[in-house]
Design a protein. Structure first.
Length: 154
């Protein structure tokens, strides 16, 4: 359990900071820390995942807690890299979903004289066209992924 002594701030495991004190298995209590000019440590801060990241920093005290990270705004380059990664992920998923329905393009699957025959072939054509649009255009956000139709055979 990380704790920090104050004035100056020093962060370490409580056993290292207070080697001559015996604590219960849960470590020092909040009251004990306060009485001994110490406090808890947080290695996380809330941040907006879309526009920020967290990074390590020198320990600082805020509202009675010592933090070892700060939130910072993503740079234009980081935003562009994140968007490119999302585009590539969307393209990859669309291509995987397309590959899973490649079998629908075999002529014997939909030919009028084939038995069995896929009767809702046009639904698969529409589904695959929607996936191709995603794979080709590579949007950052796909508002709604196409839903694969159920196979109807006769």
């Amino acid at each position: 359990m990380l704790v920090a002594t104050l004035n100056p701030i020093r962060v370490a495991d409580y056993k290292e900071l207070f080697p001559n004190v015996s604590f219960t298995s849960s470590g020092p209590s909040k009251q004990w820390l306060e009485e001994n000019n110490a406090t808890t440590v947080s290695v996380w801060v809330p941040y907006d995942h879309e526009t920020q990241t967290i990074e390590s920093c020198n320990p600082y005290l805020e509202e009675g807690i010592v933090y070892t990270v700060r939130a910072r705004e993503l740079t234009e380059e980081e935003l562009a890299a994140r968007d490119n990664q999302k585009r590539q992920q969307n393209k990859s998923l669309a291509e995987t979903l397309l590959a899973a329905t490649d079998w629908t393009e075999i002529p014997s699957v939909y030919a009028e004289d084939s038995v069995p025959r896929l009767t809702n072939y046009n639904e698969f054509v529409s589904y695959r066209m929607s996936l191709r649009l995603i794979a080709v255009n590579k949007p950052v956000v796909v508002e709604e992924w196409p839903v694969k139709p159920e196979e109807n055979w006769i």
